[in-house]
Every structure is written in C-alpha cells, then in structure tokens.
Design a protein around this ligand. Structure first.
Ligand code: C2E
Ligand code: CA
Ligand code: CA
Length: 611
C-alpha cells in the first residue's frame, strides 16, 4: 500500500503552510463536491467554501453529474481542480467506481475522499483505481475543521503548482508551435524569394544568378564533364527597335521555350540577359555538343510570328568544355570568349573555345591597349600604293594605307588592327589623322589623286562629309583629287545618312569608290542609287582570273555592268602580267597590285614621281 497516500490520510500531515492569499485570489479553480447525502453535503460544501473562499464550489449528487459539470466548467476556462467525495457509509465497490469514473474524465484533478474510518479496504480501493495515488487525499471523519481546511488548501495549492507549470508548458508548446509556423512561413517566403532571385520573370527559366549557382553546384559535385553554351541572338536589337519591346519580349519567350524543348536530359537553360541565354549540359561526347549547337542555331533561326509580324533572327553560340579543376568563372569566361569569336566570325554560328582562341584574345587585348597609345606616340605611318591605268601602267593616283609599327608587336596589318580600332572607337581619331596626313602628302604629287579608306564607323559619324572637305581645304587639296573608299556596310548600315553624305561629297567633286566589291551583297543596280563613281573588284576574284574561267567571266560582266552605269572599275591585288592581260580583256580600266607597286612610304612616292 503506497505510504504517501496513507500518510496524508492521517489528519496531522494536513497541517501545511497556509496557501498564500495571492494564490487564492485568482478564481480559476472549480471544486466539485459529490455527495449522495443532502444534509451532509451542506456541511462539506461549507468546508470547501471555508478553505477556498474565492473559488467556485459545485455540489453534485452523482459522479455523472459531476463529470458533466466539470466538463462545462473546463470549457469556461475554470478547470475542475478538486473533487471532494463524500464516501461516508458507502460500499467499497461504489467508492472504487466513483473514483474510477472521475479519474478517467479528469486525470489531473485532485481527489479528496471523505471516509468514515480507517478501513484499509477503502483506502486500497481508492488508491488502486485512482492510478495516480499521490493525487488522492483522505479526510477521515470526524476531522478537525481547521486541519481539514488547511489540507484542502494544500491540495488546491498543489493543483495550482502542478497546473501552472503545466500551463506554462502548454503555453510554451503553443508558443513553440506558433514559432514553428512562423519559421515555416519565413522559410516558404525565403524559398519564394530565392526562387525569384534565381529565376527570370519573363521566361521562368533560371537567371544569371541561378545559372551561376547551378554551375557551381555541378562543378562542386564533380560528376561528369560540364559544358557551357553561351547563346546570343544576332540583331535582336532591330526587333526591339522596329516592333517595340513587347514584341522583343514575346520573341525572347518563344525562343526560350523552343530551346528549352530541345534541351537534353539533365541540361539547364537560363536567360542571362536581354537576348542572351546560357545552357549547361553534361555532354558525353563532342558530337553531342556539336549536335546540340546545330539544333539551337536552327531553332533560333526559325521564322516566328511576333506581334503580327513574321520575324527571323539568328544566334551565335560560344561553347566551353570543363577541364579538370576549372572554376565556374573560367568556364564562363571561356564560353564568353568563344561567343564573341563566333560573332566576329560572322554570327549565326557556334565556336568552341580552344587555347588558340585564348591566345588570340590576349593578343587582341594587348593590341587594344597598344592602340590607345599608338596615336599619341606617333606609331602610325602612311603608305601609298599606286593605282594605274590598265592599258599603259601610268599612275593615276595612290591608295592611302595605314601602317602601325607597334613597339610590342612589331608591324601589324591594318586588316588586324583597323577592326579593333573600329570596335574601340579609336578609328575616329585615327581616321582623322589618316585623312589629314594623306591630304598633306597628296599635295606633293603634282595632280595625282589620293584614295582614302573610310571605315563604316567613320562614315556614319555626324558631319563626316563636311569634315573631309574641311581637311581638304586645310591641306589645300582640291576635292577633285580625293577619292573615298567605302564598303557596302558603310552605306547599308544607315542608308539615309550615307546618301546625305555621299551627295555632299559628290557635289564638292570628291569621288566615291566601293571597296571590296564582290564580297558583300553586291547588287550594283541597288548600289547605283547612291552616288558611286568607281568599284574596286576584290582581290579574291583577281587571284582566280587566270586559273578559272568563271572568275574571268564574273569580272567581265561586272565591268560591263559598271560601265553601263557610268562607273569605272579598279581590279585590286594584281600580282602578275597574266592577270593584267586577262583583266584588261575583261574590261577593267584601272589596276592596282604588287605587279605595279607595293604600298610605299610617302618619301618613296616622292622619289618615284620625281625620278
Ligand atoms: P583594302 O582597302 O582592300 O586594301 C588593299 C589591301 O590589299 C592592302 O592591304 C594592300 O596592301 C593589299 N594589296 C594590294 N595589292 C596587293 C597585291 O598585289 N597582293 C597582295 N597580297 N596584297 C595586295 P593592307 O594595306 O594590309 O590593308 C588591309 C586592309 O586594311 C585594307 O584593305 C583596308 O580594309 C584596311 N585599311 C588599310 N588602311 C586603312 C586606312 O587607312 N583606313 C581604313 N579605314 N582602313 C584601312
Ligand atoms: Ca581599300
Ligand atoms: Ca579592297
């Protein structure tokens, strides 16, 4: 038999320190008296009120009633804390049953049993069915009123102590539960924010941040070799400019979807910027890379309906394949380099990075840097190549060709550095220098003309015609002794502006030659609407005139057409007597090439002409 329960059954241990007034002041407890004896219950109810004057006391005749009232009290936040059983004159089984029922419905309530005597069977029954013997207290009649009051207060105190810590625990659990929800929500929001930060609004694919993260993750996992494709749409700006940004967006979305459809398993597509995409794949073979590039090019070049218009663009692709221990930065740099090379090579193509490309790029970079200094440190010089009358070989003029003697790289061909100067914009200042220098030198040639190359960027410059004429005036050279050589792109890139400038130059007496004819669109009839005096047939045709009849035929028909449009023809790059003969037969009036003279320094021109 549990000693503690029996110990409290004794009247004396009930004398406990009185419960503090503060504890009693909070009316949150419900005390329920269960007594089948109407008269006796009044006495016990009085005892409860004496002990706990601020708490509510309910009196019930049966346990069923008691349990029901306890339940509704609980619903109002006043838990049934103490059940006082009037077990006087009650059979043991009945006592046990009452305890059992109440205990079942109110597991944490304190039970106080008022019993007749010290019948061990009663104690035993109560303790046995209560399951928590330490919550059963016995008041043995006749009891001493103050002791009983004190005992009940102690029980109430104990209930409060246990319950308040339970309450605190519950509160803490609820708080933790709330926190967990908050954490979950935060996490969800964070996930959404992360998703937004990693994805592109327009297309829903990864953005640059997401792409780099993905790449890093793949490189760290160190699985199979990763391959990066950088894709840039060619001439996308034109779509934006002519059809508006909505159309541009629609096109980007459509192309993105189409590329996404052909992505191999495990591949990831990202939109890195306006019209730039990135792909990372695990490509098992070179062939797989080539195949994918080919497919992407085809898919991008499809004609699409955008804002009611048929639109077609192309793409350029730069590819870099992962090498051991390579960082994502290096991989991206390489694919970027390859992309720019693909663009330079003429767009609508892919280029795979290799070491040579890296070297070429380094070289280019160092040339770019060198070019910046070259003009101010007088590293450029002009060379002049004679243009002769085909029949007689008499010199009619000279083409001005710039030369760069770089301290780092030695002699660099203008074919290499002029395109760079075009890209960096240096061509504007350099072009000014060339024009002025050429005009100055031309003054010494006794009426022979100078033919100056003007690059596309130069020619699209504001007031270019006035500028050329001003330099001519400054050098005191008649515009009649000046020819400008333009390529088709210089005219076609901005037809209106070109037309305007050509008219000014023509009106002043400057002649206009179309350079590198045969390498571009080459519609003479189209070009005839512009003020053009002369076409220069590209060396690539001249090279073949003696070897294959087809070239000779082309040169002949071009010459005839030019003549009928009132233009003269210069054949460039003539190196042999045989070529000269064929070209004369084909109708070229003017020739230029090593056969007649290499480009030479200004001093040598003077010597040649004086000699
Ligand atoms: P281009 O305007 O077609 O110039 C003709 C090029 O052919 C020159 O090369 C000339 O030296 C070369 N050439 C002439 N005859 C022969 C020949 O018989 N055989 C061979 N193999 N080559 C011959 P260069 O001087 O290296 O210039 C290359 C290109 O650089 C020029 O092609 C032109 O596009 C550009 N360039 C040269 N000087 C200037 C310039 O002052 N301004 C601008 N904007 N571009 C220039
Ligand atoms: Ca030229
Ligand atoms: Ca040329």
């Amino acid at each position: 038999m549990p000693g503690t329960a029996l110990a409290v059954a004794d009247a004396s241990p009930f004398v406990a320190p009185a419960a503090s007034d503060q504890a009693l002041a909070s009316p949150t407890l419900t005390t329920i008296l269960i007594s089948p004896h109407a008269g006796g219950s009044a006495e016990l109810a009085g005892l409860l009120r004496d002990a706990l004057p601020t708490e509510s006391v309910l009196t019930c005749g049966t346990t069923t009633d008691a349990i029901a009232r306890a339940e509704s009290a609980r619903m109002f936040g006043r838990a049934a804390a103490i059940f006082l059983f009037d077990f006087r004159r009650m059979p043991v089984p009945e006592i046990a049953e009452q305890i059992r029922q109440v205990r079942k419905a109110n597991t944490d309530a304190e039970l106080v049993a008022v019993v007749d005597g010290r019948d061990p069977a009663v104690f035993a029954a109560c303790l046995q069915v209560s399951q928590t013997p330490d919550k059963v207290t016995f008041l043995v009649v006749p009891f001493d009123q103050p002791n009983a009051v004190s005992a009940i207060r102690t029980v109430a105190e104990r209930y409060r102590a246990v319950h308040s810590s339970n309450d605190a625990l519950g509160h803490r659990d609820r708080a933790i539960g709330g926190l967990e929800v908050q954490v979950q929500e935060l996490k969800a929001r964070l996930d959404i924010a992360k998703h937004t930060a990693r994805h592109d609004d327009l297309t829903g694919v990864l953005n640059r941040t997401g792409f780099v993260e993905e790449l890093v993750a793949r490189l760290t996992r160190n699985r199979r070799k990763q391959t990066v494709l950088m894709i840039d749409l060619d001439r996308f700006k034109a779509v934006n400019d002519t059809l508006g940004h909505d159309a541009g967006d629609e096109l980007v979305r459509k192309i993105c979807n189409a590329v996404s459809d052909i992505l191999p398993a495990g591949g990831v597509l990202a939109r890195l910027g306006g019209d730039e995409f990135g792909i990372v794949i695990e490509a098992p073979t070179d062939q797989a890379v080539h195949d994918l590039c080919g497919m992407v090019l085809r898919v991008c070049a499809q004609t699409r309906r955008v804002s009611g218009h048929e639109v077609q663009v192309s793409a350029s692709i730069g590819v870099a394949e992962q090498e051991p221990n390579q960082s994502e930065i290096e991989l991206l740099r390489r694919s970027d380099l390859a992309l720019y090379a693909a663009k330079r090579d003429g767009r609508n193509r892919y280029r795979i990075f290799d070491a040579a490309l890296d070297k070429a790029t380094q070289h280019r970079l160092s040339m770019e840097n060198g070019l910046e200094r070259a003009l101010s440190s007088a590293q450029f010089k002009m060379a002049y190549q004679p243009i002769v009358k085909a029949e007689t070989g008499a010199i009619l003029g000279f083409e001005a060709l710039v030369r760069w003697n770089s301290p780092e790289h030695g002699q660099i061909s203008p074919a290499d550095f002029v395109p760079i100067a075009e890209e960096t914009g240096l061509i504007l200042d350099l072009g000014d220098w060339i024009t002025r220098q050429a005009f100055k030198d031309c003054r010494k040639w006794g009426g022979l003309y100078v033919s100056v190359n003007v690059s596309a960027r130069q020619f699209l410059r504001h007031n270019v015609a006035e500028r050329i004429l001003r330099y001519a005036a400054e050098a005191n050279v008649s515009p009649n002794l000046i020819q400008v050589e333009l390529t088709e792109t210089a005219i076609i890139d901005d037809v209106e502006r070109a037309d305007h400038n050509l008219k000014i130059l023509r009106a002043a007496g400057v002649r206009v030659a179309l350079d590198d004819f045969g390498t571009g669109y080459s519609s003479l009839v189209y070009l005839n609407q512009f003020a053009i005096d002369c076409i220069k047939i590209d060396k690539s045709f001249v090279d073949n005139v003696t070897r294959d009849r087809q070239s000779a035929v082309i040169v002949a028909s071009v010459s005839r057409l030019a003549a009928s449009l009132g233009m003269s023809v210069v054949a460039e790059g003539v190196e042999t007597e045989d070529q000269r003969k064929v070209l004369i037969a084909a109708g070229c009036g003017l020739l230029q090439g090593y056969h007649f003279g290499r480009p030479m320094a200004a001093e040598d021109v003077t010597l040649l002409l004086d000699g």
